[in-house]
Design a protein around this ligand. Structure first.
Ligand code: NDP
Length: 435
């Protein structure tokens, strides 16, 4: 039976998730798009309703819109209680995660998001704040699905799938995120600029199960020959921290070609460190072009990526928020972006005492996404998994009271849905390993 969903946020990713929900009207009968600026919700509704596929099955999703500041928990709770959704999807920004989780608990509705909580004044990228809600959601009998985009999200579903079908133990995992697309601007980010720049400007780090041992204390240089510092990870294992962009590799990506990629910290490493059996090391690499990195360095050197408030003509401004106002809106990149993305996971481990290598990845074409839903592939590869996560929950396949990341659910129906919903994946047992 078709269900009712409340979607918070009206940016690039929310637009795709809403469009894909309407392409699945058997599951998504009614949709409320609520965000800080209602005009953007109305624009998404108008765009979807004008698409040729809308109503093609004769049972179109009923879309309504509302204005809401998600940080206003009492007002948000009242709106949830009034609309009575089966699920609240947070596709606004990570700053709103805890406020929306509080409102969901108060209204008795389950929750899904695409990025882990971030306090505005510090860049942390860790689950601790949201994991602290585990007991509350469990006791309330509500499900919270965290980080259900592509990375985090599908990368964890890929990991659960590899663990379930191909490995007894996984020793190493490398997550490779390649964007071979070109939007023609000298500098623009493919999703929210503030979140994107915070992520890229942060120290690099990867996860290991134990510290590298030396005779006289800890290693200060790791296996890559890079200076490192160890920090205890939240639950299990260690973060090995490097200077930003200190580890660079070249990789040849299927359907994209040769790219430079850099080791970054990424949130799913923390939960995968807890949930993959036998895991010893997890790394995350993302591709960047030289022009992007040169612009970023220059902005950083000028102080424009700072997240702390400064005084400007008697007013407090946060430089990165000011920068965001100057940069192109990611939702506007759709018509300009050409090329493909390729995101996947390379695993090494053992099955029945024999070594196994496995690479599962997804290739997505920016222009094909634009033709279908009017967006570039970064919003598409995030919005489609968010819709699939909601579909899994509403169909009873991913229902588990508590607060969970995507590798904690059955990957099989999600993997089938990726193939059916526009993100078909490929696999090989002879991948080229990342040194
Ligand atoms: P955008 O900046 O394009 O959109 C964010 C939306 O959230 C805007 O509509 C904005 O409103 C709204 N918003 C912000 N603050 C509030 C608030 N207090 N109350 C209500 N609405 C608010 O972001 P994206 O669409 O690019 O990204 C959405 C989310 O997806 C982010 O959390 C991002 O980190 C995540 N993401 C996850 C990925 C993954 O693979 N897991 C990949 C890419 C993104 P307004 O229009 O008024 O500004």
């Amino acid at each position: 039976m078709a269900k009712r969903v409340m979607l918070i946020g009206a940016g690039g990713v929310a637009g795709v998730a809403a469009a894909k929900m309407c392409r699945n009207p058997e599951t998504f009968g009614e949709l409320l798009i609520a965000s800080r600026t209602e005009a953007r919700c109305q624009a998404i509704k108008a765009d979807i309703e004008a698409r040729p596929w809308f109503a093609e099955k004769g049972i179109s999703t009923k879309i309504t819109t509302a204005q809401i500041d998600a940080m206003d928990v009492p007002r948000l709770t009242a709106l949830i209680k009034e609309y009575k959704p089966d699920l609240v999807m947070n596709i606004a920004l990570p700053y709103q995660d805890l406020a929306i989780m509080d409102a969901c608990l108060a209204a008795g509705v389950s929750y899904l998001d695409t990025a882990n909580y971030e306090p505005p004044e510090e860049a942390h990228f860790e689950y601790s704040w949201q994991w602290a809600y585990r007991e509350k959601f469990e006791k309330a009998g509500l499900t919270a699905i965290l980080g259900c985009g592509f990375d985090p999200g599908v990368t964890q579903v890929f990991s659960a799938y590899a663990q379930k079908h191909y490995f007894d133990t996984i020793e190493t995992l490398d997550i490779l995120d390649c964007n071979g697309g070109d939007h023609g601007y000298p500098f623009a980010t493919n999703f929210n600029p503030e979140i994107n720049i915070r992520e890229v400007a942060a120290k690099g780090s990867y996860w290991v199960n134990e510290k590298c041992k030396m005779e006289n204390g800890e290693c200060s240089v790791d296996e890559h020959g890079v200076a490192v510092e160890y920090k205890k990870a939240y639950d299990k294992g260690y973060w090995v921290e490097t200077a930003p962009m200190a580890i660079k590799r070249e990789y040849v990506f299927d359907q994209v070609g040769k790219k430079d990629m850099y080791l970054l910290h990424h949130e799913e490493l923390e939960s995968l460190g807890c949930n993959l059996k036998g895991i010893k090391r997890i790394r995350f690499f993302m591709t960047f072009g030289q022009s992007y990195l040169t612009h970023l360095k220059c902005l950083e050197n000028c102080g424009l990526t700072r997240i702390d408030p400064i005084d400007f003509k008697g007013q407090k401004i946060v430089p990165i928020e000011f920068l965001r106002a100057l940069l192109p809106d990611p939702a506007s990149l759709g018509p300009r972006t050409k090329g493909k993305t390729n995101i996947g996971c390379i695993f090494h481990g053992e099955k029945a005492g024999k070594p196994v290598d496995y690479y599962v990845y997804q290739v997505c074409d920016h222009q094909e996404c634009y033709a279908e839903v009017g967006s570039q592939a970064i919003s598409y590869t995030t919005g489609v998994p968010a819709m699939i996560g909601a579909k899994m929950f509403l169909e009873g396949k991913w229902v588990k009271p508590g607060v969970h990341t995507c590798e904690e659910f059955d990957p099989d129906p999600f993997m089938d849905a990726l193939n059916a919903q526009g993100l078909p994946w490929q696999e090989t047992f002879t991948p080229v390993a990342v040194p």
